[in-house]
Design a protein around this ligand. Structure first.
Ligand SMILES: [Fe+2]
Length: 623
């Protein structure tokens, strides 16, 4: 049975569950070269099928992680709407327009299908509109968690069966069904929901079933996105992690320490003390400055022509230049502190309320749990003994989550076991496809590469299947020496060009993790930021507060990468190297060997490794 999952929002992705097992998933940004791309062109869809070895007619079910399931039971993919199938996604008329979140507000006709993310104009996070209307108050999701649909696909005469799966249920499924837990509670948090108070969910996982436990009405994920923009850092969707990096330079205020619980209480418990523009009110409480959205309200509320073009650009509180002032750093510190305390608080409440239902296991999902600092606090302070997340824990994981939900919950297929490596590298393996390189080819020698790293060289490291999720986990990475104090600046000035205050991450051989870091758990997906015990030994791998977003690596998860670091350890006595994603600022991680060569050509890097071959920048074939 082949179940193809489609996530057509930002961080669009495709996934395949084959005979009960998640075997392939890819974010469309890897195909398009545009970060967080929301478009699934027909050629990407065909390429995905080719990579999976499938024909369209081999597909038994489609699944979609979607806000509004029940209103669109008939759908075309890549075909124009017709009488029987009045709705179309990626149809010929709108092939370049991904369906984003517009169905959550307007869902009746093609004319309302406009992107809420308008590239080149600015950015509009979908909740701007939501933030201006009064949220409903509820204790449960008001729509079905799954709804059947029928659809046609260009290139096939078959009428396919499919399912819409609720957004947070899809997040929960990606985490739980890939976890090693028979029983677990699942906490999902992100920045958007079908209704404003549905930006979080708590679920119970038991065997092959997931059920909604409660809607905690935790809405801070939305605020974190807005606040990123108010701080002058750029679109919240892309830059929330930057705020987290900046926060380490600030001081947490007494006001935040006194008020975080009140500021993050569930919506229904807020009473009338705040108005509906809650994000703006809260930002004012924290910073003392007010985002002037009120000047926009008449145009937006009256839906004047182009009202949807108003964006948070109009709401900027601080400029890009101001974003690194001590004041904004302090604001960032408060925002991050509140995120950490409140997530621990809600997770602990869940721990207590469902105490006989979780065996001390917690799964988390949703873009908010890309907050690695908060993840460490939740792991160590909420009471749970074990914690699991899917490496693509943001919306890129929704295609896999929706497909897994239908496989297990709807089709009642039994759970299967996944090792970390089974979900880290879900992309295509180009090893057998040829490529041309202008450089002299040498057989890979790990000892030579580790010596070059120790000598201060930067390595372009490209191997096998692509990672799924935002992190490079050893198959598409720049590797260099974290012991060198200046390496952070060198890699930033030569290849990454990132904000100066953003840290780089280390990878440590698993058996040395507690010698180097304060952790008694594993972090194979690089989603926990932990205190470093020897920060002065790896100065480029730690942040200003001596923490590191560490990846722990077992040989069974990536033999060649492990052996490379082991060789470096034998040489230097340090079982740690820096591992940062193989991309340049603003671009997604490279997908193909050709792209790796192109990046190598363009950047000031010394050595390129592709699978079992290595190349030197100064050794051209015709040189
Ligand atoms: Fe989400």
């Amino acid at each position: 049975m082949n179940i193809v999952g489609i996530h057509p929002g930002h961080d669009a992705s495709l996934a395949l569950v084959k005979n009960g097992r998640l075997v392939h998933s890819v974010a469309m940004e890897r195909f398009s070269g545009v970060k967080k791309s929301h478009i699934i062109k027909f050629e990407y869809f065909e390429r995905f099928l080719w990579d999976c070895g499938l024909q369209i007619d081999d597909i038994d079910y489609f699944t979609m992680a979607f806000w509004n399931a029940e209103n669109v039971p008939w759908l075309n993919i890549y075909s124009p709407p017709n009488e029987h199938y009045p709705l179309s996604i990626f149809g010929r008329d709108n092939v370049d327009v991904g369906i984003l979140n517009h169905l959550d507000v307007h869902h009746t006709g093609q004319e309302n299908w406009r992107p809420s993310f308008v590239e080149g104009i600015g950015y509009t996070l979908p909740n701007l509109w939501d933030r201006l209307r009064k949220p409903f108050i509820s204790q449960s999701f008001r729509h079905k968690l799954v709804a059947p649909l029928h659809l046609t696909v260009q290139g096939s005469n078959k009428i396919f069966k499919g399912y819409f799966v609720d957004h947070h249920t899809s997040h929960a499924s990606a985490a739980f069904y890939t976890s090693p837990f028979e029983k677990s509670v699942i906490f999902t948090v992100d920045a958007t929901g079908r209704e404003p108070d549905e930006t979080s969910g708590m679920f119970l996982g038991d065997g092959h079933r997931i059920n909604l436990f409660k809607n905690p009405q935790y809405m801070y994920g939305t605020f974190y996105d807005s606040a990123t923009e108010f701080c002058g850092l750029g679109p919240g969707l892309e830059k929330a992690g930057v705020l987290m990096g900046l926060a380490a330079y600030g001081n947490i205020s007494l006001k935040a320490q006194d008020n975080w619980k009140k500021w993050t209480r569930p919506y229904s418990k807020r009473g009338e003390t705040e108005d509906v523009t809650y994000d703006d009110w809260l930002f004012h409480q924290i910073s003392g400055d007010y985002p002037y959205v009120r000047t926009m309200i008449p145009q937006i509320i009256n839906k004047e022509p182009n009202h949807y073009m108003y964006t948070r650009e109009f709401q900027k509180v601080y400029s890009k230049e101001q974003s690194t002032s001590q004041h904004v750093m302090n604001v960032a510190a408060d925002i991050q502190f509140i995120a950490e305390r409140s997530l621990v608080h809600y997770a602990h409440k869940l721990f207590k309320e469902a105490s006989n239902l979780h065996d001390n296991n917690l799964c988390v999902a949703g873009g908010t749990f890309l907050n690695c600092n908060a993840n460490y606090k939740v792991m160590t302070e909420s009471g749970f003994q074990r914690m699991h997340m899917f490496p693509a824990c943001g919306d890129d994981g929704l295609s896999a989550g929706s497909a897994l939900y239908v496989n297990h919950q709807v089709k009642e297929q039994p759970r299967l076991h996944y090792e970390p490596k089974d979900i880290m590298y879900l992309g295509y393996d180009y090893s057998n496809d040829g490529y041309d390189s202008p450089y002299v080819e040498y057989d890979l020698d790990l000892d030579i590469v580790s010596q070059e790293i120790a000598d201060g060289k930067i390595i372009c490291w490209y191997q096998g299947r692509a990672e799924m999720g935002p992190r490079a986990l050893g198959n598409r990475s720049f590797i260099c020496d974290a012991r060198r104090k200046d390496m952070k600046d060198i890699i930033n000035s030569r290849v990454k060009f990132r904000e100066w205050y953003r840290p780089f991450a280390p990878v440590v051989l698993n058996e040395y993790k507690d010698e180097w870091f304060r952790m008694d758990f594993e972090s194979p997906f690089m989603l926990f930021t932990v205190p470093c015990k020897k920060p002065f030994d790896i100065p480029s791998g730690v942040h200003i507060d001596n923490t590191a977003r560490v990846q722990t690596l077992k040989r069974s998860d990536n033999t060649k990468f492990y052996d490379l670091i082991k060789s470096f350890y034998n040489l230097t006595g340090v079982p740690v190297v820096m591992n940062t994603s193989l991309n340049i600022k603003g671009r997604p991680i490279v997908e193909t060997p050709e792209q790796a060569i192109e990046l190598f050509n363009e950047s000031d890097v010394d050595i390129l490794v592709i699978n079992d071959k290595m190349y030197y920048k100064n050794k051209l074939k015709n040189g």
